[in-house]
Design a protein around this ligand. Structure first.
Ligand code: NAG
Ligand code: NAG
Ligand code: NAG
Ligand code: NAG
Ligand code: NAG
Ligand code: NAG
Ligand code: NAG
Ligand code: CA
Length: 497
């Protein structure tokens, strides 16, 4: 029974427990369902909320995007403005510079040489400059040159400054290279006319490529007139057109002592001739010519320096031509006095639109009647003079400019070299006696007048070339006179000795 009771108890307990558990699980179930429901609702709510947020954000982003775009366009506008501004300022600076350049060109710059530019403005730095050797506003356009402002030298650039290989060929001058300068020949000629010295360096590296072989010249350069030249250093101081030498020939230091150039050698070794051409009136080098380079192993390379001029041409004394005037800076055409070849001053017309080398530059007009001091005299004698072999002296001085005639001795002494005119006129005091006078130069008779009748005048007009200190006098030889007149003047003075 107890067992049953227990069993029932257990059973009831179990049932109770079961019921209880069931109740709890039901409750739990409802609870969970409720929670789920709630969660679901929250979820739904969240979904709606996030949707709302999303759309809100979307609209916000859209607004921001619009804002950004707006700002971007603004920035772009600012940027463009800034750029325009920069362009405008750089333009302004550029035009300022141009104005400056033009001003410089019109005033200090556009000089004839770099030396002139440096003289005008010693603060200038070395570099490329425009110069105009043949004169601004005339002739050729200005040229762009390198100015070394330390030395004041002018260098003309060209297209063959690098080491250039000569092609293989055999005939004399079969290789030829024309040198292209960044200046006209006229400008370069004028530059050399204005300069004291001009030079151009040249180096030839050779191997089995002789300049000259068995007396046949294979290589030469052409001067500014196009004439061939065979010397590779120094000046053209040999009258022969075929003057051939290199620096080693001048120094006596050639590889083969019997030759005047290293490159004339037949030796199969690499050789060089380095020289500096100094003949300013022949430069620049206009062409280089080589030959005898046919052997595949033969090597010949040339390196030509820039055409460089320096210094100001030095005039020895006074200008003797329009060309000299041009060199010292005259540019206004007109009539000028120059030191003539006749040791007198000469008058010429200079047409400075023409240049040295052009015949029309100078037109000769004539001698200029220049006297450093006038010499003129007229003296007379009214009293009797009868001392023979003596200069007739005078008692009245009408004119004696320069005091060349000593009235009391009657001796004229030439104060300067030149051409003088004299005239002596007189007649005999006594009616029947012969009257004779000699005109003497340094005591030697050079003219004479004799009259045997009183009413005849004795006239001695003469023109003489005298040196300073020469004496001229009229010496009485026969008879006597109480009426004489002596006159003279300097016709033309030898201004230059
Ligand atoms: C079910 O929920 C009620 C109130 O919400 C709570 O009192 C009860 O303890 C919950 N039941 C369970 C088993 O979590
Ligand atoms: C050559 O000269 C011209 C002006 O005459 C100049 O504009 C140019 O830059 C020069 N060339 C060289 C390589 O110097
Ligand atoms: C100027 O010339 C001198 C002498 O030839 C040289 O030593 C110097 O380097 C040159 N200067 C410039 C800036 O070219
Ligand atoms: C050539 O000039 C050099 C130097 O100026 C001189 O030493 C030489 O004697 C001259 N030669 C001739 C042939 O005049
Ligand atoms: C002048 O040059 C020629 C050719 O180079 C040479 O034969 C001659 O000896 C030279 N004359 C003088 C005086 O140097
Ligand atoms: C003229 O010559 C005399 C004699 O030689 C000399 O005494 C006199 O000073 C001279 N007169 C003049 C003006 O030179
Ligand atoms: C004048 O001429 C002579 C020769 O005629 C000359 O010797 C002299 O140097 C010239 N000059 C002067 C100032 O006398
Ligand atoms: Ca010009």
């Amino acid at each position: 029974m107890a067992h049953l009771v227990l069993n029932i108890f257990v059973l009831s307990l179990t049932v109770a427990l079961f019921i209880n558990v069931t109740a709890v699980s039901v409750e739990l179930k409802t609870n969970v369902t409720d929670r789920l429901q709630e969660l679901h609702e929250i979820q739904e709510d969240l979904k709606i909320k996030s949707k709302q947020f999303e759309t809100m954000m979307e609209s916000e982003v859209g607004k921001l995007k619009e804002k950004v775009e707006f700002l971007e366009t603004k920035i772009q506008e600012q940027d463009n403005l800034l750029k325009n501004c920069q362009v405008a300022t750089s333009d302004a600076i550029g035009s300022l510079r141009n104005v400056e350049e033009n001003n410089l060109k019109k005033t200090v710059l556009d000089p004839k040489t770099c030396l002139e530019a440096r003289t005008a403005d010693p603060s200038l730095k070395s570099g490329m400059y425009f110069i105009d050797p043949d004169g601004q506003g005339r002739g050729d356009d200005p040229i762009y040159v390198y100015c070394n402002m330390t030395t004041g030298s002018t260098s003309i650039l060209h297209d063959s400054e690098d080491s250039i290989a000569v092609s293989h060929c055999f005939e004399p001058g079969c290789y030829t290279r024309e040198i292209k300068y960044n200046a006209t020949l006229r400008q370069m000629t004028m530059l050399s006319e204005l300069s004291n010295v001009c030079h151009q360096s040249i180096q030839v590296d050779c191997y089995d490529a002789a300049f000259e072989f068995n007396g046949v010249p294979y290589a030469w350069w052409n001067d500014r007139n196009g004439d061939p030249r065979y010397f590779w250093s120094g000046v053209n101081n040999n009258s022969s057109d075929r003057y051939h030498t290199c620096q080693c020939g001048l120094d006596g230091s050639c590889k083969e002592k019997s030759l005047s150039c290293n490159c004339d050698s037949d030796l199969a070794i690499e050789l060089s001739d380095v020289g500096i051409l100094l003949e300013k009136d022949l430069l620049p080098v206009t062409k280089l010519n080589f030959g005898r380079t046919i052997a595949p192993t033969s090597i010949n390379r040339h390196t030509l320096g820039r055409f460089e001029c320096n210094g100001k041409v030095v005039l020895n004394g006074m200008p003797t031509s329009c060309q000299d005037l041009w060199r010292i800076g005259y540019i206004l055409s007109g009539i000028y006095s120059i030191k003539g070849s006749s040791n007198k001053v000469e008058t010429v017309y200079c047409d400075f639109t023409k240049l040295p080398g052009d015949e029309e530059l100078q037109t000769w007009i004539g001698y200029a009647d220049v006297k450093s001091e006038p010499v003129q005299f007229t003296v007379t004698r009214k009293s009797s003079f009868s001392t023979l072999n003596t200069a007739i002296s005078f008692d009245q001085e009408t004119l004696n400019t320069g005091n060349a005639l000593n009235t009391s001795t009657g001796v004229f002494a030439a104060p300067r070299n030149g051409t003088y005119f004299f005239a002596f006129s007189s007649f005999s005091e006594s009616q029947y006696s012969t009257f004779s006078v000699d005109l003497q130069l340094n005591d030697v008779t050079i003219a004479n007048c004799v009259t045997s009748y009183t009413l005849f005048y004795c006239n001695v007009p003469i023109t003489l070339k005298l040196s300073r200190g020469d004496r001229v006098q009229v010496s009485l030889q026969q008879g006597s006179t109480n009426n004489a007149i002596f006159t003279g003047w300097l016709l033309a003075e030898d201004i230059f000795q």
